[in-house]
Design a protein around this ligand. Structure first.
Ligand code: SF4
Ligand SMILES: [Zn+2]
Length: 318
């Protein structure tokens, strides 16, 4: 079914996005709001435990259309010293890992989120990790990254939300980032010996499932052509109020699990770098209890092996 892109500019605005929000969750800036350990295929090809610490800090200034990360943020900046303490708190409670992601619901290099004076202590805490991955909007990717890298003495990778290269929809996401900005940021990082990974949305609002499939593939192509080392395909979710409103208006439909499998297959077949499907909360996309677990397991194994495995056959696809 085609979903008409009608009058989209007339209603998508920062105010419209904010007006659809519910309340934030209560958070304590002395504590990370979550941490986890999951297996991930590393650049060397081994599948190893990788920790993620979800830091509690000030809300991201961008307020993208599809983002729900604001839910676990503070309204104002956190004091210096708090972020290193959050990292130590989580590490004391997590199993030992060699690879660590620090995700702060925004940009690590946004001084309003992570005080720059905390970099030396954070770098000292992280010195024994093999890989450290942090996320950032392109607008914060400059000499701040190099300053942190120079203190870190471990491999640093930057995760950047590219989301899509659809020329009409990228501006509607309120990301205030162009594909040129993305290319420049990735090449700046590469010139300085820092690798990058792209977050890519699978199934945008305003377009049909068929077009969504095409644009995810185009976005993977663009990310690798720009020089990223890894692409993470994220099925677009509900959860922030604005996406529910678009769904209610018939302007957004959740992606199907078979379509996620197909774009994962496409990305892996390129053999240009690691490609992962984000499987968090995957059951919300399922409409078949018979094949869900098999499809989830297939994608998990494809994430690990970076090979296309035998397709799942089920009556739901007949
Ligand atoms: S830049 Fe990232 S963290 Fe900030 S609002 Fe957009 S998607 Fe969310
Ligand atoms: Zn099925």
């Amino acid at each position: 079914m085609e979903i008409p892109i009608i009058n989209k500019k007339s209603f998508i605005s920062k105010k419209w996005i904010l007006d659809h929000r519910g309340p934030k969750n209560p958070v304590d800036f002395h504590l990370p709001y979550a941490w986890s350990v999951e297996k991930e295929r590393t650049r060397s090809g081994a599948v190893e435990d990788t920790g993620t610490i979800f830091l509690t800090n000030k809300e991201c200034p961008y307020q993208c259309l599809m983002c729900d990360l604001w839910k676990n943020t503070t309204d104002g900046p956190v004091p210096p010293g708090v972020i290193p303490a959050q990292i130590e708190y989580a590490l004391e409670r997590m199993p030992l890992v060699n690879h660590l992601k620090l995700y702060n619901s925004g940009s690590f290099f946004d001084g309003g989120a992570i005080p720059r004076k905390d970099y030396p202590r954070i770098a000292a805490i992280l010195k024994d990790f093999e890989t450290v991955i942090v996320e950032s909007h392109t607008s914060f990717i400059d000499e701040r990254v190099l300053a942190f890298r120079d203190m870190l003495h471990t491999e640093l990778q930057i995760a950047i939300g590219l989301e899509t290269v659809h020329p009409e929809i990228l501006p509607l996401l309120n990301k205030r980032m162009s594909t040129d900005d993305f290319q420049k940021a990735v090449s700046f990082l590469a010139q300085n010996g820092i690798s990058s990974r792209a977050f890519i949305l699978h199934q945008l609002p305003f377009i049909s499932a068929g077009e969504g499939f095409v644009w995810t593939k185009k976005t993977i192509d663009f990310a690798f052509d720009s020089g990223v080392e890894c692409c993470i395909i994220i099925p677009t979710r509900l959860g922030n109020g604005a996406m529910e409103a678009l769904q209610h208006q018939g302007r957004f439909q959740l992606p199907s699990i078979p379509s996620l499998e197909s774009v994962l297959e496409y990305g892996i077949a390129l053999k240009k770098g690691r490609v992962f499907a984000d499987l968090w909360d995957l059951e919300i996309f399922s409409d078949c209890t018979q094949c869900f677990a098999i499809r989830k397991n297939r994608m998990e194994q494809m994430n690990f092996k970076q090979e296309i495995l035998s397709p799942v056959s089920c009556d739901c696809q007949a």
